[in-house]
Design a protein around this ligand. Structure first.
Ligand SMILES: Nc1nc2c(c(=O)[nH]1)N[C@H]1C(S)=C(S)[C@@H](COP(=O)(O)OP(=O)(O)OC[C@H]3O[C@@H](n4cnc5c(N)ncnc54)[C@H](O)[C@@H]3O)O[C@H]1N2
Ligand code: MOO
Ligand code: MG
Length: 620
C-alpha cells in the first residue's frame, strides 16, 4: 500500500516563484486520485545536484514509499535531476523510463530528449518525470498500474530485513526502528509528558539511580586521583617501621653526655645496624637510617669533632660530642609519622596527591572508590555538521554541544566517550543509541526532545529500546523538554539523559542533571555549593524558575558578592554561559512578583570557576 509520497519539483524558475509550478500540483492531483489515503508532501528545489540529492536521501530515510520528481531531465546544463537520482539510488529500474519514453514518443519525438531515470534506495521508489505538465500527465498514466505493486514489493522486502535485523545483536549498525515518522498533521499539539518541578525531577533521578550510588570499585592508586574513597583505610604498618635518624650525625646513648666516643659502626639509609651500642660508643648514621639498639639519641655532625681516624681517612675511629644530648633527640620512633592502625583515608575523602603517597607508603596498591559510571555523549540533528568541516551546507550549523558537554564534564572531573552525530531518522537514531549504550552506563544526548516532527528521541527510546521515560518535561528555563529515561540493554540498566538541543539548555541541564548524577554516584553529596548573592541590576522573571548564568563581583566592604548576568539569556546563546561562575536560581514569576529589583538577594549555585585573573570582571 502506498502510504507516503513526496513530489519534488526541480526548477530554478519555480523555486524563485512557486506560482509558476504547474507540474508539481498536477502530479499532486493525480497521486491524490490514485492514493486518496496517502500522505503527500510537495517541495520545490532549484536545479542544484547536491540539493536534489540531499532531499532525495532525506525522504528515503523518512519512510517515504514513493518519490516523484518533475523537471530537470532535459539537455540543458542545469538539468541534473537524473544525475542526482543516480547518485542516491542503489538499484535502477530501467524499464520505467523506457515505458514512459515509448508512450511519449507516440505523441512527440521530443520524448527522445528526456533523460529521466528511476530506481530504488532502501525501500523507496524514485521516478523522474519530465518538467512539463503535459508530459507529467502522460507519464503518470504509464506508471500508474505498477506503482502500488512496486511499493508493496519494497515494503515486503523490508519486513524480511526487519526480521533478520531483530534477530541480530541490537548493537547492529544498521538497526531498524519501530518508529514510523508520523504524519505531521497528526502530531501531538500538547506534550503528553507531565511537567515536573525541579525538586521532583531531582528526586526522580536520585531514586532511579539509587542502587548505583552504592557501587564501589577497586582502582590502582595511580588512577584514584580525584576519586572518593568508598571505605575507611587503616595503616597496616607503622611509619617509620623502625626508629630512624632525623639527622646526619652519630647515634649515641644520651646518658653518656658530652665527651669522646668510639665510632663503633656506620649505618646509612637502608643498612641494617650491626651490633648494639655499649656505653662510650656511637654509630655514624644518616638521615632515615635505623638507630642501632642501645642508642636513644642522635647528635648532628655539626655538634661533634673528629678526634681520631685511620691513616687513609677512610674510617672515623673516635669523635667528640660537644653538646649535651637529650634523650630521644632527633630520632623518629616507630610509627612516628603513621602509627599502626591509623586512619589513612576516611570514607568520603577525595583522593589527592598526598593521600596517594600515603597509600603507596603504607603498601596499598589499590584503593576502593565510588564507582564512576561510563558516560557517552551523542548529538542528534539533521542540521548538524562536524566543527572541523570546511564548508557549511545551506541551513546547517556546526555541532557545538558535543565537545562543549565533553569539556564541561571534564571541568567537573569526569571523562566521556564521544559517540558522534546521529541524524533525526528513527533507524539512524536507534543504531547510534544502540552503539552508544553498548559502551556506556549513562548516555547523554542532545536535541530532538521537544515538539517538532523531527523530535524523535522519546519515541525511539520508548519503542526501540523499551525505555521507561521517567520524565519528559521539567519546569525550568532553560531546559523545559529535559528527558530522563532508563532501559535494559544487553542485560544492564542504562541511564539516558536526553537533553534539549539548544546549547545553553544542554549546558545548564548537563550541570543540573548529569554532573549532579555523577556527583551522586562518585561522591557522597551531589549538591553544588550554594551562596547568596546580590543582583547588580533588575531582572525580569520568567514564568519558569530560571537558571541564569552570571559572574560575581566582590566590591570592597560589600557583605555579599554582586552577580551580573552574562547578557541575553536566550537558550541558543552560548555566550551567556561563557565564563559563568554561577547559575542564579531565579524563582518563577508570580502574579505579585514579575521582576526582581537590583540589590535583591538570590541564591546561586557555584557551577564554574571564579577567574581572579580577570579583575575587571570582578570589580577589583
Ligand atoms: N512547540 C514547541 N516548540 C518548542 C518547545 C515547546 O515546548 N513547544 N520547547 C522549546 C524549548 S524550551 C527547547 S529547549 C527546544 C528543544 O529542542 P529539541 O531538544 O527538540 O532540540 P532540536 O529541535 O533538535 O534543536 C533545538 C535547537 O538547538 C540546536 N542544536 C541542536 N543540537 C545542536 C548541537 N549539537 N550543537 C549546536 N546546536 C544544536 C538546533 O539547531 C536548534 O536550533 O525546543 C523548543 N521548541
Ligand atoms: O527550555 Mo528551552 O531550554 O528554554 O530553550
Ligand atoms: Mg526540536
Amino acid at each position: 500500500m502506498v502510504k507516503a509520497v513526496v513530489i519534488i519539483t526541480v526548477s530554478d524558475t519555480c523555486f524563485k516563484n512557486h506560482a509558476k509550478d504547474e507540474s508539481g500540483p498536477a502530479l499532486f492531483q493525480l497521486v491524490k486520485e490514485q492514493f486518496p489515503d496517502a500522505y503527500i508532501h510537495t517541495i520545490i528545489v532549484p536545479d542544484e545536484k547536491e540539493l536534489i540529492e540531499r532531499e532525495l536521501k532525506y525522504f528515503c530515510e523518512s519512510n517515504i514509499d514513493l518519490i516523484l520528481t518533475t523537471g530537470g531531465t532535459g539537455l540543458s546544463s542545469r538539468d541534473v535531476t537524473p544525475e542526482a537520482t543516480k547518485a542516491v539510488i542503489q538499484r535502477e529500474v530501467p524499464a520505467i523510463p523506457i515505458a514512459m519514453t515509448l508512450e511519449s514518443l507516440k505523441k512527440t519525438p521530443m520524448a527522445m530528449l528526456s533523460r529521466a531515470t528511476a530506481g530504488i534506495r532502501d525501500r523507496t521508489l524514485i521516478i523522474n518525470f519530465p518538467g512539463s505538465k503535459k508530459a507529467v500527465v502522460e507519464c503518470i498514466e504509464v506508471v500508474k498500474p505498477v506503482l502500488s505493486h512496486a511499493v508493496s514489493l519494497l515494503a515486503n522486502d523490508l519486513v524480511e530485513v526487519r526480521a533478520v535485523h531483530d534477530q541480530m545483536q541490537s548493537g547492529c549498525p544498521h538497526k531498524t526502528s519501530r518508529v514510523v515518522v508520523s504524519k505531521v498533521a497528526l502530531r501531538h499539539r500538547e506534550s503528553p509528558y507531565p511537567m515536573l518541578e525541579m525538586t521532583e525531577a531531582f528526586h526522580m533521578v536520585d531514586a532511579v539511580m539509587m542502587h548505583w550510588t552504592e557501587r564501589v570499585e577497586d582502582v590502582p592508586i595511580d588512577q584514584s586521583m580525584g576519586k572518593v574513597a568508598a571505605q575507611q583505610i587503616l595503616a597496616k604498618e607503622p611509619m617509620p617501621p623502625f626508629p630512624a635518624s632525623v639527622k646526619d650525625g652519630y647515634a649515641c646513648i644520651s646518658w653518656d653526655g658530652v665527651g669522646i666516643r668510639k665510632v663503633r659502626s656506620a649505618v646509612t639509609a637502608g643498612d641494617t645496624p650491626a651490633a648494639p651500642l655499649a656505653s662510650g660508643e656511637c654509630a655514624r648514621v644518616n638521615t632515615g637510617a635505623p638507630i642501632p639498639s642501645g642508642a636513644d639519641c642522635v647528635v648532628q655532625v655539626e655538634d661533634t669533632k673528629l678526634v681520631k681516624a685511620t691513616d687513609d681517612a677512610e674510617t672515623e675511629l673516635e669523635v667528640e660530642i660537644l653538646v649535651v644530648p637529650q634523650p630521644h633527640q632527633d630520632v623518629r620512633p616507630i610509627g612516628f609519622d603513621i602509627s599502626l592502625g591509623a586512619v589513612l583515608l576516611e570514607k568520603g575523602d577525595v583522593i589527592d596527591a598526598a593521600k596517594i603517597g600515603i597509600l603507596a607508603g603504607a603498601g596499598y596498591l589499590k584503593v576502593p572508590v565510588r564507582f564512576c559510571p561510563r558516560v557517552a555523549i551523542l548529538s542528534t540533528g539533521n542540521e548538524l555538521q562536524e566543527p572541523f568541516e570546511k564548508t557549511l551546507r545551506p541551513s546547517h550549523i556546526r555541532d557545538s554541544n558535543r565537545i562543549m558537554l565533553k569539556m564541561l564534564l571534564r571541568e567537573h572531573g569526569y571523562e566521556s566517550i564521544d559517540c558522534g552525530i546521529a541524524r533525526d531518522e528513527p533507524a539512524e537514531l536507534a543504531s547510534a543509541i544502540a552503539r552508544a549504550l553498548a559502551k556506556c552506563d549513562i548516555l547523554v544526548c542532545t536535541g530532538g526532545v521537544s515538539m517538532g516532527e523531527r523530535d524523535l528521541l522519546k519515541p525511539v527510546l520508548a519503542n526501540d529500546f523499551g525505555a521507561t521515560i521517567h520524565f519528559g518535561r521539567v519546569r525550568m528555563k532553560p531546559g523545559k523538554p529535559s528527558t530522563f529515561a532508563t532501559c535494559d540493554y544487553e542485560g544492564k540498566t542504562k541511564f539516558i539523559f536526553a537533553l534539549p538541543g539548544n546549547p545553553v539548555s544542554a549546558y545548564v541541564c548537563s550541570l543540573l542533571f548529569v554532573v549532579r548524577a555523577l556527583r551522586q554516584c562518585t561522591r557522597y553529596t551531589s549538591e553544588f555549593a550554594r551562596m547568596r548573592v546580590r543582583l547588580a541590576r533588575d531582572v525580569k522573571l520568567d514564568p519558569r524558575p530560571e537558571y541564569a548564568r552570571a559572574v560575581l563581583h566582590f566590591p570592597d566592604n560589600a557583605e555579599l558578592p554582586v552577580a551580573t548576568l552574562l547578557g541575553n539569556q536566550c537558550s541558543s546563546r552560548l555566550l551567556s554561559a561563557s565564563g559563568a561562575s554561577v547559575l542564579l536560581e531565579l524563582p518563577g514569576a508570580s502574579e505579585t512578583c514579575k521582576a526582581l529589583p537590583s540589590d535583591s538577594v538570590v541564591s546561586a549555585l557555584v557551577t564554574g570557576r571564579i577567574d581572579f585573573s580577570r579583575p575587571e570582571l570582578y570589580g577589583m
